[in-house]
Design a protein around this ligand. Structure first.
Ligand SMILES: Nc1ncnc2c1ncn2[C@@H]1O[C@H](COP(=O)(O)OP(=O)(O)O)[C@@H](O)[C@H]1O
Ligand SMILES: [Mg+2]
Length: 403
């Protein structure tokens, strides 16, 4: 009798609770779906006070500023680790400090070669213009030297469709000399370029370049620390950016969503400070062009006053770790309670659109993947949509980012 009573009570109470249970589960699902929607396509990178901080990726560039030891590379590594699960990432590792899981390491001269002259796509005379600008900017060639270099390049490309640097030097050698001044010009170019065809550089710069589509469709670290010369590192960086540009143009990968991410350390070498009345240099021009093709460049640099003003002004996202307060004021006019010079390692102001947030970034080697897991469950199991994880980047994944 007593048992019956309990059973009846239990059944009745269950019925009376049914509307509440239904409403609760509906609300729970709604909150879950909203959370997934908000976090979808965004990277969980840290905390802003007590709230999780998500970053929206967009084509264009992101700049990370900060003095040495402020946490710039950690932030870049964290972003690389998170992004690489969805999109191919290429890291141009200036100091040889990147070692990330699921990334392949390429070492110039050992398992990686690049022919700086290789013409991939487009008009040959434009390619020659690029090469003249490239060598001209890096090795500070005078106008007569650039003129002679252009003539030699034209001749070298006539003889073969993909000349090597050694072929170019031979062609420069064969340029007829009409005066002592011509001789001086020729010798000056040779002095600047000869070391690129000798010793270690010869191994890195001779032979056909690696398969371009391979480099830009996988997670790759290129270790530039094998080069001692800053000039050669810059040369390597700029050639890779140009190859990427030629590649995306040839593939007609015109895109309003991010297709590929490239991380450039010590970016002041690639997009250096310039006077406002001077024309932008190659690196700056390539940054601007690449954004049209769904490229997201993450540039890491010490201070905004060392890079071109356009890098800071045109960035989609600016991450400011510990730097001098006067630099922040000068470039961004940022007025914040906590001065940037007082930020501890891993803390930064993040400027995105008109929002400014103080963020404490995670350490890249400590995973906090709660939100990533929710997203994977949603994509792979619940809705059966596209995967968010890309194990093999045989093709550029078609993942859109929602804003
Ligand atoms: N988000 C973080 N949380 C805690 N410590 C950090 C964080 N980021 C960096 N650090 C500390 O600061 C040191 C320097 O970081 P790093 O990223 O190499 O700085 P940078 O590239 O600006 O020179 C790291 O070795 C680490 O100990
Ligand atoms: Mg660093």
């Amino acid at each position: 009798m007593l048992l019956n009573y309990y059973i009846i009570l239990d059944y009745d109470s269950l019925l009376s609770f049914l509307p509440f249970i239904t409403i609760f589960s509906l609300l729970f699902s709604l909150v879950l779906v909203i959370t997934i929607k908000i976090t979808d396509g965004r990277l969980l990178l840290g905390y802003s006070y007590f709230l999780p901080f998500f970053l929206k990726l967009q084509p264009g560039h992101i700049v990370i500023y900060g003095r040495t030891g402020s946490g710039k590379s950690n932030t870049a590594k964290l972003m690389a680790a998170k992004i690489s699960r969805r999109l191919p990432v290429l890291i141009l590792d200036w100091a040889g400090e990147y070692d990330l899981k699921s990334f392949e390491k390429l070492i110039p001269g050992r398992n990686f070669k690049l022919n700086p002259l290789q013409h991939i796509y487009g008009d040959l005379s434009e390619h020659i213009d690029f090469l003249v600008d490239l060598f001209g900017d890096i090795f500070q060639l005078s106008d007569p030297m650039k003129f002679m270099l252009r003539k030699s390049l034209k001749k070298a490309f006539k003889n073969t469709s993909s000349p090597l640097l050694a072929d170019l030097l031979d062609t420069i050698d064969s340029v007829p000399i009409k005066s002592y001044y011509d001789h001086e010009t020729k010798m000056a170019i040779k002095r600047r370029l000869t070391h690129l065809v000798e010793g270690y550089f010869e191994r890195a710069f001779s032979g056909m370049s690696h398969d371009i589509s391979y480099i830009f469709s996988r997670n790759i670290i290129i270790d530039l620390s094998v080069f001692r010369s800053v000039h050669v590192k810059i040369l390597f960086n700029l050639i890779l950016l140009k190859m990427l540009y030629d590649f995306v143009v040839s593939q007609k990968l015109f895109s309003s969503s991010v297709n590929h991410v490239i991380i450039i350390e010590e970016a002041w070498n690639i997009v250096p400070y310039r006077r406002l009345d001077y024309a932008p240099l190659l690196g700056e021009r390539l940054f601007a062009e690449l954004r049209k093709y769904g490229e997201c460049i993450i540039a890491v640099s010490q201070s905004p006053v060392e890079t071109s003003w356009s890098l800071a002004k045109n960035a989609r996202i600016v991450i400011i770790h510990n730097i001098l307060d006067k630099d922040v004021e000068l470039i961004f006019g940022l007025n914040v309670n906590r001065p940037t010079s007082k930020l501890s390692p891993g803390e930064a102001y993040v400027i995105q659109d008109t929002n400014v947030k103080l963020v404490k970034f995670f350490e890249y080697n400590k995973t906090r993947d709660f939100f990533d897991k929710i997203k994977n469950v949603r994509f792979n199991r619940i809705f059966g949509k596209r995967k968010t994880t890309v194990d093999s980047h045989d093709q550029l994944p078609e993942i859109e980012f929602y804003y």
